[in-house]
Design a protein around this ligand. Structure first.
Ligand code: F6P
Length: 756
């Protein structure tokens, strides 16, 4: 009953076609049979005429015509032969039978006989007229006109018509029945096949031959199902924990296992030559801390500058090296720069130009034409490497940081279908500040080659959109957070970066808090009863190290009871030392530490310990665990991961975080003691407060901070970005499909990536 509609859809056209066929076939059939019969009658007439010929010739000699009349009367006793007549060779009707039409002349009879298919209607019904010559011994006797009955043909024709209609109706019924059965069976097959696909059978066994008739549909259906599933996972997973496994699942499902290529200046591991040994080192870089776990999860290719002294010795002939050492989870492709390129692109334009420009930390940006040239050159070099490493037309390219502002547009030119996610790890200033850059438009245009442009905070996104608005002819949709520039759309979003939350088995290997404290005290000669505060940074003027030292000094000055009970340990990894600004900064810090130590410390127990060298992660973790307070006083910072690492290390839920309000992290870590690092008094008071904070309050704050960092971990950072990318890729695919289906290309793509 449910399929009645479907069956009627087959039956009604079938019935109509058969009725039409019958309607057309019957008259054709009539004409045909009539023609056949006429031919038969002609032949029969020929026979009759031949048979009668002799007798007629003989009878014709009878002048009275009696013999001929008798012969004719005998002949018409044949039920088929209705009338007979004999015409003289001159066309005179000599003799005829009773039913021969009185008014018919021989000429008319001859015309009728010559006209094919023409019949004559006489009394008693239709007749077929044929004329046959009769020859006697003395020559032609005349023409014999025969009129055969046609009414039997009509009867036969009716019979034939009836049979034909019955045959067509019967045939129709059989065809309808077969069609219904086949349609019913096919329908069931389709339903079963589609159900199987919907239940995932086709997903697990995509080449299943069970329902070959569904093959054209199956691929589309599977794709749509995956999209629905991905969308569902995306929605369902919005609040769930982000883990490496979840990130891998996302990459496998929503990204279909597409290739992921990361581009950054800094490499995750450096091979350094120390005498005759090669050591592997991790650089002091927040970027590396964040991106490396993601890379491990997605097993992609990481392209970076090979800056270690033994880097060339460690790569294969394609400049690749598998990392992490011994685990081989992803590939690093090293690019080599000349000293001039490194100087111009990295030290010059990136770190003397863009770095101070974006941090607005009272150090003048320096813009040199030659630096800009190198910056462009190196961006092109890395873009070429991305294209060379791409295994498909649409890889997912994660572009890291201010070293590669031009690269997104360069890659887009060559791989228009790539999904380019750029993340700017440093702040983005307001349009006025950014406007002093001589190449502001080129930089913005380069960045807008990205599918997604990510910043740490909404504030930076807003600044970026306002900057684009100010300096480019672009359409900005604040509601959707998109910028449309030259026909291509870039989605601008905040993705707060974070760290990899330590696994429980990893945390189990950490020495206890007491052990960390006593080891540190012993190593640095810190009296056991001292409270310890730590700072961990690169030597960088944006980190507020100087302001921090002033705050420590002010605290000791203001609260002298702490002078003999407090030590501040500052770890500062040398950074960008080739730049004078950085060298001077390091010298200033060293001098300040000496001055404060001279003022408050004892020669055997200085109040500030400056450890001006790079520390490996394990050592830093021990330092965090040994500390009572951690000071992060950046003057401006995109996010800052030191504060998050400190929180992650404190599984005892103790320790106090003092955090600059100018670090992106301050927006998430509100349970920290938030300070303005420029306000020395405030920071000094916060330090005093931290040192006096009761354990219960410490626990309450730290527990909350820990749950934030645990949830907002680096997998969430990457996962959210990749989910958004997957959403945009899906839209792109749907748009392409719509275009393909429409054929006209008139549908406006949802996210057109190629430039006009
Ligand atoms: O924040 C910018 C950044 O690239 C960080 O990711 C990293 O901590 C720091 O600068 C490292 O700088 P460099 O690679 O120049 O040593």
């Amino acid at each position: 009953m449910k399929t009645l509609g479907l069956q009627l859809r087959f039956l009604i056209p079938l019935i109509l076609i058969l009725a039409g066929a019958a309607y057309l076939a019957v008259p054709v059939m009539d004409r045909l049979t009539l023609r056949w019969f006429a031919r038969d009658l002609d032949m029969r007439g020929e026979l009759v005429a031949n048979a009668l010929s002799e007798s007629v010739a003989e009878a014709a000699t009878d002048a009275r015509g009696r013999k001929l009349q008798a012969l004719f009367n005998r002949a018409v006793t044949d039920e088929r032969l209705v009338a007979l007549g004999l015409c003289s060779p001159t066309g005179q009707l000599l003799r005829s039978t009773d039913h021969f039409p009185k008014d018919m002349s021989c000429a008319q009879a001859a015309d009728l006989a010559n006209a094919k298919g023409a019949n004559l209607h006489i009394e008693g019904g239709p007749v077929h007229v044929s004329v046959h010559p009769v020859n006697g011994e003395a020559g032609p006797v005349g023409d014999l006109v025969l009129m055969h009955d046609l009414s039997f043909i009509e009867r036969r024709s009716q019979d034939t018509r009836r049979y034909l209609v019955i045959l067509i109706a019967g045939l129709g019924a059989v065809i309808a029945l077969v069609t219904l059965i086949v349609a019913q069976l096919s329908w069931r097959g389709w339903i079963a096949g589609t159900r199987a696909l919907l239940h995932g059978e086709g997903l697990l066994r995509p080449n299943s031959p069970t329902f070959p008739e569904l093959a054209p549909l199956a691929a589309d259906l599977r794709e749509r199902l995956r999209e629905v599933e991905d969308e569902y996972k995306r929605l369902q997973g919005a609040d769930a924990d982000w883990t490496p496994h979840r990130l891998q699942t996302l990459l496998r499902t929503q990204m279909r296992g597409d290739q992921v290529i990361v581009v950054s200046n800094r490499e995750p591991y450096l091979h350094e030559r120390r005498g005759d040994r090669i050591e592997i080192c991790r650089p002091a870089s927040g970027l590396v801390t964040a991106v490396e776990p993601v890379m491990r999860a997605c097993s992609g290719t990481w392209i970076a500058h090979g800056s270690g002294s033994a880097d060339r010795e460690a790569v294969d002939r394609h400049d690749h090296v598998a990392l992490p050492p011994g685990q081989d989870e992803y590939q690093l492709r090293r690019l080599w720069l000349t000293p001039e390129q490194e100087q111009g692109y990295y030290y010059g334009f990136a770190n003397e130009g863009l770095w101070p420009l974006c941090h607005v930390a009272h150090v003048r940006p320096v813009f040199r034409e030659s630096d800009w040239e190198h910056y462009r050159q190196v961006n092109r070099l890395f873009a070429d490497a991305v294209v060379a490493e791409a295994r498909s037309e649409d890889p997912v390219v994660l572009v890291q940081d201010y070293h590669f502002a031009l690269l997104p547009a360069m890659v887009r030119e060559r791989l228009p279908r790539a999904t380019i996610l750029s993340f700017w790890h440093i702040p983005w200033p307001n349009p006025e500040s950014f406007g002093i850059c001589p190449w502001r438009s080129e930089i913005l245009e380069g960045m807008l080659g990205s599918t997604i442009m990510g910043f740490h905070t909404q504030f930076h996104c807003k600044n970026f959109m306002e900057t684009v608005d100010r300096y480019l002819e672009a359409r900005i949709e604040h509601e959707h957070s998109t910028i449309t520039f030259r026909g291509a759309q870039t989605f601008v979003e905040a993705y707060p970066i974070s760290i990899e939350w330590p696994l429980p088995e990893q945390a189990k290997t950490w020495p206890s808090i007491g052990q960390c404290r006593s080891e540190l005290a012993e190593r640095l000669g810190i009296p056991r009863d001292h409270r310890i505060a730590v700072g961990v940074d690169r030597f960088d003027y944006t980190k507020g190290i100087l302001e921090r030292l002033h705050a420590v000094e002010r605290m000791l000055e203001k609260y002298p009871e702490w002078q003999k009970r407090f030590t501040f340990v500052q770890v500062a990894a040398p950074s960008r030392s080739a730049l004078e600004e950085y060298r001077l900064f390091q010298e200033r810090i060293t001098a300040q530490v000496a001055r404060i130590n001279a003022r408050f410390g004892r020669p055997d127990a200085p109040v500030i310990r400056l450890l001006a060298q790079h520390h490996e992660h394990e050592e830093v973790t021990k330092l965090y665990r040994a500390a009572d307070v951690c000071l992060v006083t950046s003057l401006h910072d995109g996010m800052n991961l030191v504060c998050k690492e400190f929180i992650a290390a404190r599984d005892d839920e103790r320790g106090v975080l003092i955090l600059s309000r100018f670090a992106g992290a301050a927006r998430e870590l509100t349970e920290a003691l938030i300070v303005n690092p420029y306000h020395v008094e405030e920071t000094a008071d916060a330090l005093f407060h931290a040192l006096n904070m009761p354990p219960a309050e410490q626990r309450e704050r730290m527990a909350s901070l820990r749950s934030t960092v645990h949830e907002f971990n680096v997998y969430r950072w990457a996962g959210r970005m990749l989910s958004d990318a997957a959403r945009l890729r899906l839209r792109q695919r749907v748009s392409t499909r719509l275009q393909r289906h429409s054929g006209s290309g008139t549908i406006v793509p949802l996210n057109r990536r190629s430039r006009p």
